[in-house]
Design a protein around this ligand. Structure first.
Ligand SMILES: Nc1ncnc2c1ncn2[C@@H]1O[C@H](COP(=O)(O)OP(=O)(O)O)[C@@H](O)[C@H]1O
Ligand SMILES: [Mg+2]
Length: 316
């Protein structure tokens, strides 16, 4: 059984498309990234998974429990960090968590221990008595995550957990999420590509409410990169370098790289040990090599290509 099974999930608002026919699975213990531009349907999907509102059609199961038939079970299995956390600014952190522990139905005698545990997990112990309103945005976000962890859920759903944070806070929240992912299943949304590649095992990409791809960042790169590309940086006249690289069997094209005037991108045929031949050819011409390595597409490039392909398919 997968931790999350999304089964033809569709949501139309009265006058707008939410998401259309989404199906995917998240394995137990996986950190899944949910990636798409603003308005692509990430929050809509998460709200259905957390039983905030029902789908127009289709369904989903959380740890085997159907969101339509067993919403109470689903809520027990889930912790949820909404896009904008409703924090009570005039409440101290501990009182806020205590309030939610009660709402969550955690028995009174267990509450203190649970709260201490989530405070510790989220590195909040030293601010437990501070007013939420006096905390930085990064700390408030941690309070939101602590709240989502109170009932020790198997599945965590985090909607844009790092939005509005500064770079240092982003790194801290990322490592918190990575740590949480060791013991549970996490799905986190983001419209920032570097974010998901830094934390996630796999990535779901949606665009205009439709699923475009589900895969590991590594496989997405391989799938889209039709031919191997090699970055070469060499010292010497650009024409001589280009001519030498072009002369190597298996080389399809040589283009200037973007990382400086001495960088070149070689497109090569699959299956040939082209890197060695390139290095030998440059040495034979006394052109010294500063760097030579295979290049992967960045998630940015992957996303642009996937979305372009998707738009193309729909036009046909
Ligand atoms: N409450 C709502 N009423 C009507 N349309 C909505 C509502 N919430 C979201 N939408 C629409 O659904 C689409 C997906 O939005 P959303 O799920 O918020 O995307 P994301 O979280 O990826 O930015 C958008 O076109 C948005 O305008
Ligand atoms: Mg959103």
């Amino acid at each position: 059984m997968n931790a999350i099974e999304v089964d033809h999930l569709t949501k139309y608002y009265s006058n707008a498309r939410g998401v259309i026919d989404l199906s995917f699975e998240v394995n137990k213990g996986e950190i899944m990234g949910f990636l798409g531009p603003n308005g692509s349907g990430k929050t809509t999907t998460m709200r259905m998974l957390t039983c905030f509102f029902p789908p127009t059609s289709g369904t989903a199961r959380i740890c085997g429990h159907d969101i339509l038939k067993e919403p109470l079970e689903v809520r027990r299995k889930l912790g949820y960090l909404p896009e904008s956390v409703p924090l009570y600014l005039d409440m101290p952190v501990r009182s806020y968590l205590s309030f939610f522990a009660e709402v969550r139905g955690i028995p009174a005698r267990q509450r203190k221990a649970r709260i201490d545990e989530v405070l510790d997990k989220c590195s909040l112990t030293h601010v437990a008595h501070r007013l939420i309103g006096k905390l930085s945005k990064g700390y408030r976000q941690r309070v939101g995550i602590a709240q989502a962890l109170l009932h020790d859920p198997e599945v965590l759903i985090l909607d844009e957990p790092t939005i509005g944070l500064d770079p240092k806070q982003i790194i801290e929240i990322r490592s918190l999420i990575k740590g949480l992912g060791a013991a549970r299943t996490v799905i986190l949304s983001s419209h920032i590509l570097s974010e998901v590649s830094a934390v996630c095992d796999r990535v779901i990409i949606i665009h205009e409410g439709k699923l475009v791809a589900v895969d590991t960042p590594h496989n997405l790169t391989r799938r889209l990169q039709q031919t191997p590309k090699i970055l070469v940086r060499a010292l010497g006249p650009a024409e001589a370098i280009t001519k030498t690289l072009r002369s190597v069997p298996g080389v399809l094209s040589v283009k200037p790289g973007i990382d400086g005037p001495d960088a070149f991108i070689v497109d090569a045929e699959e299956g040939l040990p082209v890197i060695n031949s390139l290095a030998q050819a440059l040495c034979a011409q006394n052109l010294s090599i500063a760097e030579i390595r295979p290049v992967d597409m960045t998630l940015e490039e992957i996303f642009i290509q996937l979305v372009a392909d998707d738009t193309e398919v729909r036009r046909q």
